[in-house]
Design a protein around this ligand. Structure first.
Ligand SMILES: *Cc1c(COP(=O)(O)O)cnc(C)c1O
Length: 383
């Protein structure tokens, strides 16, 4: 049992995860079934078909809602299918004002899927609050979304969630926050005024690079519309995926502490490295969003972006020389990953206003021993 007054770690382990009533099983079972028997036509236990509902998925949804301080959570097969469901809440021709350095897949979903169907997609620098206000307040913005990632991906910009929520609400729009990078352990957008939180649970929430998933946490009325879409469109996570994600989230608070500790130490060290031109990490006092991050987050996260001396070639060389940092897309797992956003995760924004520098390298700092990670980067940078 868990209540909303329990601490974060207690809720991560107990919310939605009461022992199974028949056997007392402590771990939520994997309900691997597509359908449920009915007592009489239309008379059932609350579960009738597994696209519509599954108890393993329900446990995960309840747990995530509790961690975000939301009425409800609704889970999807991936972060992008969660985002797609959120975008389907809007009437045709609605406006979505989006940060100009969002996850490349989010941009592709808006620009290549929803814009051609009539959505009015406007990209702005979200740290420029006047530009955001102008974009959403102009005629046609009413009823739309402001869509933000903070920290952003891959430039790790920090945006003021309270200010964005005010701007959105003054324009009769809603604020959607992608909280994948921060996780509910470090930042709670709903408590700062956001209306919906989206997650790629593939990243820190799952935390072990072994499952793809997505979630939306929001108020009950919006969640009801999302559950309708979950069933009508059908991009649901399977029970094993929900179970793995639930297993991962139980240790989110412990992992995040170590991610933050390792990343902060590495960022501080990288700032003094002669092969590094710039370090982007909100925990550094040199970061333009540092004070804001200190106010709206309880830690600075595990992601670092750096610009390497010697341009794209030097960056590509570095990426091929690390041993502990695996060269791979994705982030947020216990193992450290390194990637080149321009070529890899953000290739879909090349040639647009969202293009990223070609000497940029993104690090997802894992929870290995700090000395090994530092030696690995030093070797790769200096070789
Ligand atoms: C990975 C990611 C997504 C997309 O999630 P998938 O689970 O890969 O579909 C969305 N937003 C951010 C910030 C991400 O890192």
């Amino acid at each position: 049992m868990s209540t909303s007054t329990d601490g974060f770690g207690t809720r991560a382990i107990h919310a939605g995860q009461d022992p199974e009533p028949r056997t007392g099983a402590v771990a939520v079972p994997v309900f691997q079934t597509s359908t449920y028997v009915q007592e009489a036509p239309g008379k059932h236990s609350g579960y009738e078909y597994a696209r519509t509902g599954n108890p393993t998925r329900d446990a995960l949804q309840t747990c995530l809602a509790s961690l975000e301080g939301a009425d409800a959570g609704v889970c999807f097969a991936s972060g992008l299918s969660a985002e797609d469901a959120v975008l389907r809440l809007l009437p045709p021709r609605s406006r979505v004002v989006i940060a100009n350095d969002v996850y490349g897949g989010t941009w592709r979903l808006l620009d290549k899927v929803h814009a051609p169907m009539g959505m009015d997609v406007v990209a702005v620098d979200m740290t420029d609050l006047d530009a955001v206000d102008a974009a959403i307040s102009a005629p046609g913005g009413e009823g739309g979304f402001l869509w933000v990632e903070t920290p952003s991906n891959p430039l790790l910009k920090i945006t003021d969630l309270t200010a964005l929520a005010d701007i959105a609400h003054n324009a009769n729009a809603r604020l959607v926050a992608d909280n994948t990078f921060a996780t509910p352990y470090l930042q709670q957008p709903l408590s700062l005024g956001a209306d919906l939180v989206v997650h790629s649970t593939t990243k820190y929430i799952g935390g072990h690079s072994d499952v793809v998933g997505g979630a939306v946490c929001t108020d009950e009325e919006t969640a009801e519309q999302l559950r309708w879409l979950q069933n009508a469109v059908g991009a649901v996570p399977g029970p094993w995926d929900a179970w793995l994600t639930l297993r991962g989230v139980k240790t989110l608070h412990v992992r995040m502490d170590r991610h933050c500790e390792n990343a902060h130490a590495l960022a501080t060290w990288l700032e003094g490295h002669e092969q590094v031109v710039e370090v982007m990490y909100p925990g550094l006092s040199s970061h333009p969003g540092h004070d804001l991050a200190a106010r709206q987050m309880s830690g600075f996260g595990g992601m670092i972006s750096i610009r390497v001396a010697g341009g794209r070639e030097a960056a590509e060389r570095m990426l091929q020389r690390t041993k502990h940092f695996f060269l791979a897309e994705s982030l947020g797992g216990v193992e450290s990953l390194i990637e080149h956003p321009g070529i890899m995760t953000h290739a879909s924004v090349a040639g647009t206003a969202l293009e990223v520098p070609d000497d940029l390298v993104r690090l997802s700092v894992g929870i290995e021993d700090l000395t090994d990670l530092q030696a690995d980067l030093d070797r790769a940078l200096s070789a």
